[in-house]
Ligand binder design. Structure first.
Ligand code: SF4
Length: 300
């Protein structure tokens, strides 16, 4: 019987009891209440709140948040995701304006814009992304904008609409290894997601992607994804622990140890990423501004 203590941080643990490294008190900062109030009063949605992200108070304190645009109903059914699935309503025409004023009143320096997938819209919502980026940059000097986009079904015109608005970071998550796509992202296509990243890289944008760990992937598969992302122009990668939002979502296969995340971070840098951010609590836009600055400064 391996002693609990010795193996605690070196070995992935099976689901069930939360390992020590996932037990951390949710810090509550004074700023959190103010941020939450302003977001609530703005009528906008954030991934921070919708996904009950464990990092939100830290991010709010750092002056960043991730806004969820184009509604809270997704046209796809990823089995790890707890958003509503179904037929979305029409986009809110006032959303870009509301978002710019919320970002301004929150005095955010770096803002991440993401959305559900809107396969029901002709351009997937690309024009709304472009409008928001353009208005943020016009009305809030010095703001940096990161977009975490769906794949717009690989539609090059829709993607170009977003590119031309010049986001500071272009992010699209491949989420997991190709072998698990049918189980985890049944409406997505791994190669299509890679092509979206390549197209953005060829346009000259800073490209970022990420996966969740703990869904049954093997190390060699993770390293394979790393090489695929690099070959498609990606320079920043995030890897975080998948946590099951509710019993309706796919179960966790393993709690990946901090040592394993460090191993992934080192391997990614050795393979050629400018920045790899891996850890149990890492999320796509966690420490997004710090990652942007780290990447800009060339420090890995
Ligand atoms: S496409 Fe995105 S928002 Fe929609 S179900 Fe999948 S992960 Fe969730």
């Amino acid at each position: 019987m391996i002693s609990e203590q010795k193996s605690e941080h070196t070995t992935n643990t099976a689901p069930g009891r939360f390992p020590s490294w996932l037990k951390r008190p949710i810090a509550h900062c004074g700023k959190q209440k103010d941020v939450l109030e302003k977001i609530h009063n703005s009528g906008l949605h954030t991934v921070c709140v919708e996904a009950r992200c464990p990092n939100r108070s830290e991010c709010y304190n750092l002056g960043t948040a991730t806004f969820l645009i184009l509604g809270t109903t997704c046209t796809r059914f990823c089995t790890f995701c707890s958003v509503n699935h179904g037929i979305p309503g029409p986009p809110d025409p006032d959303e870009p304006g509301k978002l710019v004023s919320a970002v301004s009143s929150l005095k955010l320096r770096h803002v991440v814009i993401t959305s559900v997938t809107r396969d029901d819209l002709p351009d997937g919502g690309a024009s709304v992304y472009a409008d928001i980026i353009t208005r943020l940059k016009k009305e809030i000097p010095g703001i940096t904008v990161e977009v975490l986009i769906p794949d717009f079904k690989g539609d090059k015109d829709a993607l170009l609409t977003v590119f031309e608005a010049k986001p500071d970071i272009f992010n699209h998550n491949v989420e997991t290894v190709p072998r698990l796509y049918n189980q985890i992202r049944p409406q997505a296509i791994y190669q299509r997601s890679l092509d979206v990243l390549k197209y953005a890289s060829e346009y000259g944008l800073v490209v970022k992607s990420g996966i969740m760990a703990g869904l049954g992937e093997q190390d060699e598969e993770v390293f394979g994804v790393m090489q695929n992302l690099l070959d498609h122009g990606c320079s920043i990668m995030t890897i975080g622990q998948y946590l099951r939002p509710s019993r309706s979502q796919t179960p966790v296969v393993a709690h990946v140890s901090p040592d394993k995340f460090s191993e992934y971070e080192k391997k990614g840098i050795d393979l050629g990423f400018r920045t790899v951010f891996a850890g149990p609590y890492v999320r796509s836009s966690y420490m997004a501004e710090q990652i942007l600055n780290r990447t800009k400064s060339g420090c890995s």
